[in-house]
Design a protein. Structure first.
Length: 318
């Protein structure tokens, strides 16, 4: 009898251990899928492209995919580029012109997608400019140097380019008449128009789609899962904005994105769309333009589009 009781007790204990291990294993599997595995810091400019990132942060979409995202806001490309070179950020919302300059400086960057950025071309009411056709070489156009805005300014007309790195300073100088024109990212173009500037066109109107997401090649190799999680969380955030609009998250957009209330309110008219792959022809056009300008220290025609791009993360969610 005593032997039988001992066997029953051993069988019972083994069964309890099995159940405990099974529950732990199942529970641990769920926790691994939802627990935060990695962190990522993104450098962003004052433009609409960072709105889905803010929504993803606030709604927990990135964390759903195992990633914590931090956003670093910059008012000028110069400061953003310095942070990237110092290794203070992991990814950067940038453009093809800046990417070429990164590569020329020995920074192995990869384009991973377009980003949703449109640049407005605004004019002072004192300038007499009402369309792109009115721009002459006597006009002044405020831009930030060494970035896509230079290309947009040249495609828009023959105005003299004036370096004004800070976007709000550009707007104020257009409104005061100190500048005839300026190139500014949305939503600041809509904000400037509401304050009296004349909107005469945009990069999208000119068929320019060259704002891109960039990650260092080494970061992609070592943190590919983080980049994948970033794109999945971004896609979830875009879906949220398409279904719900921006009103419920507008306060967070203003605070985290460091937007002015006027600029944030201009975002209400924005239709957010999924990210896409850039066209190789756009990159080729920009390379040709840079090679025509000695200040860029070209030529850069040795750069091959397929060598500096990685669109696999978009393909995963398409």
């Amino acid at each position: 009898m005593k032997g039988k009781h001992s066997m029953k007790r051993i069988t019972f204990l083994l069964l309890c251990c099995f159940i405990a291990c099974f529950v732990t294993a199942c529970g641990g599997g769920e926790q691994e899928e939802t627990s935060v595995q990695e962190t990522m810091t993104i450098a962003a400019m004052p433009s609409i492209d960072k709105v889905p990132i803010i929504v993803g942060m606030e709604q927990g979409y990135f964390e759903d995919h195992g990633l914590t995202v931090t956003l670093e806001n910059f008012q000028s490309p110069t400061d953003r580029n310095a942070a990237l070179q110092a290794g203070e950020v992991d990814g950067v919302m940038s453009d093809m012109v800046a990417d070429v300059l990164y590569l020329a400086a020995g920074m192995d960057m990869k384009m991973t997608s377009l980003i949703q950025t449109d640049f407005a071309i605004i004019a002072s009411t004192n300038s007499g400019i009402t369309s792109l056709d009115d721009i002459t070489g006597n006009h002044t156009n405020g831009i930030a140097l060494n970035c896509l805005m230079e290309y947009i300014a040249d495609e828009a007309g023959e105005a003299q380019k004036v370096m004004v790195p800070d976007v709000m300073t550009r707007i104020e100088q257009v409104l005061s008449g100190d500048l005839d024109l300026a190139v500014v990212p949305e939503p600041y173009g809509a904000m400037a128009e509401a304050r009296g500037a004349v909107r005469i066109g945009s990069s999208n109107d000119l068929g320019i789609y060259a704002a891109v997401m960039l990650f260092p090649e080494e970061y992609i190799e070592n943190h590919g899962e983080a980049v994948s999680a970033f794109y999945r969380g971004y896609a979830d955030a875009v879906e949220y904005l398409q279904n719900n609009g921006i009103d419920d998250v507008l306060d967070a957009v203003i605070k985290v994105g460091e937007f002015s209330e006027d600029a944030a309110n201009a975002l209400k008219a924005t239709e957010f769309v999924p990210l896409e792959v850039p066209e190789e022809s756009q990159f080729t056009d920009i390379i040709a333009w840079m090679d025509q300008h000695p200040e860029f220290d070209g030529p850069y025609d040795y750069l091959q589009f397929e060598d500096i791009t990685d669109f696999s993360f978009l393909e995963e969610i398409s």
